[in-house]
Design a protein around this ligand. Structure first.
Ligand code: COA
Length: 361
């Protein structure tokens, strides 16, 4: 039976949730991909039972288990945010799509979506959700999650054959020219010199020009007392940093275009420039490669749209574990004062989702 308003009305806020599907719904190891997905009917029966027939079919149509699991998690998170914050039981938390395909909630009998906006992203087993809650006006939100090493072999193969600049150019259609140049040529921070050393302009240029793996780069560094010396850097370290910067910039752009809802149909993709991007650093001393421990969060970006500074969009990019980054973008109407975005909260399938859904059917 329905219980309403689980979290009750509260002050306006942005919430950000994560669900890690990698350890969820394990299936026997000997199965073929299609059989693994079919096995979800058994191992994820409780979660699937919370979805409509159509939604269940949309989960079970995937070829790969990881995609089916992320789709299932995405459905659960969207229903959860509606049930928790729109005062409806789970059975009425129907997900609609706006004219651009962005998911939204239109309450029964209403003709337009509720004020709350939410957005979902999934990549390499992680599903993120951002939502704007309790505002009087609509506050558009977008999220994207990337995994910088998910396609590492593929990325390295291309870079070793054609160079990093060519690899960047493959994505030329969706980035602004200034961003393409930044990703190719800007220097990357290297942890080689410690606080008592600085890297000269020439050395920075050498790092900027680096586009091949498996090479050594000689860099001139200057110590605090003015002494110059040369250090050798492995170009693989430089390329890895440049790749991380690329994925950081991809993540920010995607979260921005998803916030607008226009997504890839946006005719202005090349006129959006997000500059001064440095990828957030992963937390140090991560022992477990599957860890999602929160690392650095970066917030200072310069956003230009058609050459003009954008001041009404707030963006954050957070490092998660060694290789994931998750972005959140929020468009702030001028009537609303600035506000902080809540940090990413990792949900527990049982306690935070299934139990809530079942209590509020
Ligand atoms: C569909 C798109 C919105 C996101 O696709 P994506 O990055 O492959 O996938 P993500 O996992 O980040 O996001 C998928 C979610 O976006 C949401 N979404 C779909 N259409 C959307 C739209 N018009 N606006 C905002 N969100 C949308 C959905 O919730 C979808 O998940 P669901 O189907 O489980 O509900 C679109 O931007 C796209 O196709 N991107 C391809 C990547 C690309 O070339 N990006 C260029 C850099 S800007």
């Amino acid at each position: 039976m329905m219980q309403i308003s689980i979290d009750g009305p509260s002050s306006p806020k942005i919430i950000q949730w994560l669900l890690d599907t990698r350890p969820l719904w394990p299936v026997p190891g000997h199965l073929k991909p299609k059989e693994e997905v079919a096995e979800l009917r058994t191992v994820a029966s409780r979660a699937l039972a919370l979805l409509s027939e159509t939604e269940q079919a949309s989960v079970l149509k995937y070829y790969h288990l990881k995609d089916a699991k992320m789709s299932l998690a995405s459905h659960l998170l969207k229903h959860l945010v509606i049930t928790k914050y729109c005062n409806v039981p789970w059975s009425k938390s129907t997900i609609s799509r706006d004219a651009n395909g962005k998911p939204c909630f239109i309450a029964e009998g209403a003709s337009k979506p509720v004020t709350m906006d939410f957005n979902v992203s999934h990549q390499a087993g992680i599903v993120s959700l951002i939502a704007s809650l309790g505002f009087d006006l609509r506050v558009d939100v977008g999220t994207d999650v990337v995994c910088a090493n998910e396609r590492q072999k593929h990325d390295y193969d291309h870079i070793e054959k054609q160079g990093f600049f060519d690899w960047i150019d493959m994505h030329g259609d969706v980035f602004a020219e200034s961003e393409l140049n930044h990703m190719k040529l800007s220097s990357v921070p290297l942890d080689l010199s410690g606080p008592d050393f600085s890297i000269s302009g020439f050395a920075k240029d050498a790092l900027g020009r680096c586009q091949w793996r498996n090479a050594k780069i000689n860099l001139k560094i200057t110590s605090a007392d003015g002494k110059e010396s040369t250090v050798q850097v492995d170009s693989n370290t430089v390329i890895d940093k440049k790749l991380r910067k690329f994925y950081a910039m991809w993540c920010l752009r995607e979260s921005y275009v998803k916030m607008t809802g226009e997504a890839l149909l946006a005719p202005w993709l090349k006129e959006l420039e997000i500059s001064d991007v440095q990828a957030p650093d992963a937390a140090s001393y991560i022992q477990d490669s599957n860890s999602l421990v929160m690392g650095e969060v970066v917030r200072d970006f310069k956003i230009l749209f058609k050459g003009r500074k954008v001041t009404n969009v707030k963006m954050e990019l957070s490092a998660l574990g060694p290789a994931y980054m998750v972005g959140g973008s929020v468009k702030i109407p001028k009537e609303i004062p600035d506000f902080a975005m809540a940090s990413w909260q990792q949900l527990d399938l049982e306690d935070d989702i299934l139990a809530v859904a079942e209590r509020n059917r």
